[in-house]
Design a protein around this ligand. Structure first.
Ligand SMILES: [Zn+2]
Ligand SMILES: [Zn+2]
Length: 425
């Protein structure tokens, strides 16, 4: 199930020639056995394996056996996050190693983000060896990090190779692979947000990239029960779909095709400003954000169809809300910096009104909360606030605050321009 990446770099009807920096993607049993030859072909002689104690057991050890001369960094998985501490721990060990010329990320999302961040900083290529089908960011060009407590996206590098060994990732705990499915399902609102932003502001969009994401969704939505059962074939298909989604991001150079209101909610919870610590996987939070966003979008659509709304001329940043929600000065500073340009300033009420039919069409493409909940349940994935340890009262504050986590225009952010007859949150 290898992916021919040259397909994606062809000239596109959107006018862009999409850049793809990953040179090869291998998804198969025993894929890691290709590593010695692949590294040899790329002229890399001093690989360094970056993993944590769990992924060392699952795959790092086997990779080391195949590359006996390689350097090895094994991080303590306890409280390991893609943040300044995780990066510092890895760099400290890396500095002690002799002139590495390629980094091997052997792990799931966190290990990949730490590796791609360091690879970018040091101008090194990196190879992705995913140990679970847990996120769609393996081939992403950006690193999703928490920096000084704030969720931030840093420019980084995409792997030159993905060596996804299904003997390894199909044995990952089900919760991790279910979380990958949840991350993928989040594309429903992410794509709707992109299309709506395009309809309202003319923001660049590529239909081919959108189609790639829908293809990825189709692959997994036809195999819900198999994903829950966790067979190797279903896990391979899930990995394939996650990598397609990652390529979609790589094609546009940012996470627009894969991240919208649902991801902003997940990022907000990770910042722990309106809630306590949420110790759940990325995808688990995304699917809860997805179900919440879908409900809000469908209720808004209903009100719009009934004509039960007015549109404001202008909506400045809600400074009272931001100042009371982010009492930490540094964090508030980061949020205000992110929102230096308020994306709502680019919207004229008349253009928004004219785009309403397009907005409604895009919302109709999002499955309803009930449909999403059923799909998530069949795949054995989480779906409600309670399942990630948050009270139901978190719903409205999350909807109000999360759009500020990123200045990216979503329909959730646009809702601030609407006044509805009935409360939609
Ligand atoms: Zn295109
Ligand atoms: Zn994600």
């Amino acid at each position: 199930m290898n992916i021919d990446v040259s397909e994606f770099a062809k000239p596109c009807p959107c006018g862009h020639t999409h850049e793809i920096s990953v040179c090869g993607i291998y998804i198969e049993p025993g894929a890691i056995r290709r590593l010695p030859a692949l590294l040899d072909q790329s002229g890399c002689q001093n690989p360094v394996i970056l993993c944590d104690e769990n992924t060392y057991e699952a795959a790092g050890k086997a990779v080391r056996d195949l590359l006996p001369g390689s350097g090895l960094i094994v991080l303590n998985p306890e409280n390991l996050h893609a943040n300044e501490h995780g990066v510092a721990m890895a760099e400290e060990q890396l500095d002690a190693l002799h002139t590495p010329d390629v980094l091997l990320a052997v792990g799931s999302g966190t290990i990949h983000d730490i590796t791609r961040f360091i690879a970018h900083k040091r101008g090194l290529p990196f190879v992705s060896v995913p140990t679970a089908a847990s996120v769609d960011g393996f081939v992403s060009t950006v690193a999703a990090m928490t920096w000084n407590g704030c969720k931030k996206t840093f420019p980084a590098v995409a792997p030159v190779l993905v060596v996804a060994d299904s003997d390894i990732f199909s044995r990952a705990p089900h919760r991790l692979n279910a979380s990958g499915f949840s991350d993928l399902l989040g594309k429903y609102t992410a794509l709707a947000d992109w299309k709506i932003a395009h309809a309202v502001t003319g923001e660049y969009i590529c239909d081919r990239v959108c189609q790639l994401e829908y293809d990825a969704l189709k692959v997994v939505c036809q195999r819900l029960d198999a994903i829950r059962e966790g067979g190797r074939e279903a896990c391979e298909e899930l990995m394939y779909a996650l990598l397609l989604s990652g390529l979609a991001m790589q094609m546009v150079g940012n996470s627009r095709p894969a991240s919208g209101a649902e991801h902003h909610m997940s990022h907000l919870w990770e910042m722990e400003v309106i809630n306590g610590h949420v110790n759940y996987y990325h995808g688990e939070k995304v699917s809860v954000g997805l179900v919440l966003s879908s409900g809000i979008y469908h209720r808004a659509a209903e009100e719009i169809r009934r004509g039960a709304f007015t549109i404001r001329d202008h909506m400045p940043l809600e400074m009272d809300l931001l100042e009371s929600s982010f009492p930490d000065k540094a964090m508030l500073g980061e949020i205000l910096d992110e929102n230096r340009v308020n994306p709502l300033d680019a919207i004229q009420p008349d253009t928004l009104r004219a785009a309403l039919p397009d907005i409604l069409r895009s919302i109709e493409e999002i499955p309803t909360p009930q449909e999403l909940t059923d799909m998530l349940a069949r795949a054995g994935a989480g779906k409600s606030l309670a399942e990630i340890g948050l009270p139901d009262s978190m719903r409205a504050p999350t909807a109000r605050l999360s759009p500020y986590v990123r200045a990216r225009l979503t329909f959730m952010r646009m809702l601030k321009l609407f006044s509805f007859e009935h409360d939609i949150l």
